[in-house]
Write a protein that binds this ligand. Structure first.
Ligand code: HEC
Length: 212
């Protein structure tokens, strides 16, 4: 090997190590946010958040699939709007719990993310591009002296979602005209398969820590 190409090989090797270390530290940071802390208030709040977010997602997905199979676009539209909203408002009757769907490209103005959620959704987009997006994200956050468990479940764009959230040429005319009528400022189209469409966001107020 000539001295020149040997040097280039060393440079490449050093670069590979640096990039590797950077990637590793990024994924470690991600993991540490996911670790369940040894705080007894977290476990029950986390269990409930998982259950609610899972039920909401599964129910909406199942009903959507049923309606789309029947070819009932109007009914299917009702599932991703009214039915999803009904389920979330039932969950929200529970004291201390707040659950909703959010998206950076929202269709319903009720689903505009707050500052915290916006940052996380941007993070999910980045992680998804790098194939590192986990199925959930949670951490304890303090706001005005109250601690909350914030739990987020990313929702990816599946094939059936593209009927109403995909590229313009994927959306049937009938669906498009209903969407345009109901949501004049619709931002929820143009998604591709596997894009992060949004997330289910749960916010749980934690009881103050007992003072010893
Ligand atoms: C038949 C049409 C239709 C299909 C299929 C559909 N959606 Fe929707 N989606 C809607 C409508 C309409 C809304 C607005 C809901 C509202 O007004 O609350 C919506 C809203 C949402 C929201 C809330 C954020 C926002 O933009 O307001 C998310 C998240 C979402 N859809 C995800 C999905 C996912 C994931 C799939 C596939 C599993 C899917 N949708 C399939 C019609 C659809």
């Amino acid at each position: 090997m000539r001295a020149g190409s040997f040097l280039t090989a060393i440079k490449i090797a050093v670069l590979v190590v640096i990039v590797g270390m950077y990637t590793l530290s990024a994924s470690v940071k991600q993991l540490s946010a996911q670790q369940a802390p040894e705080d007894p208030r977290i476990e029950p709040a986390l269990r409930e958040s998982r259950k609610m977010a899972g039920e909401l997602t599964d129910k909406v997905r199942k009903l959507l699939l049923e309606e789309l199979k029947k070819g009932g676009y109007v009914e299917a539209l009702r599932v991703c709007s009214e039915v999803a909203q009904d389920i979330t408002s039932q969950f929200n009757k529970r004291a201390g719990y707040n659950i909703r769907r959010i998206s950076l490209g929202y269709r319903n103005l009720k689903d505009i993310p707050d500052e915290y959620e916006r940052h996380k959704l941007e993070l999910f987009d980045r992680l998804n591009d790098e194939n590192k997006l986990a199925t959930e994200y949670f951490e304890v956050v303090k706001e005005r002296d109250v601690e909350y468990l914030r739990y987020l479940k990313p929702l990816k764009t599946a094939e059936m979602c593209t009927v109403c959230h995909g590229q313009i040429d994927e959306i049937p005319h009938r669906v498009m005209s209903i969407l345009q009528e109901a949501y004049p400022d619709d931002r929820a189209i143009g998604y591709r398969l596997d894009d992060v469409r949004g997330a289910v966001s749960v916010k749980v107020a934690l009881q103050p820590r007992p003072i010893h």
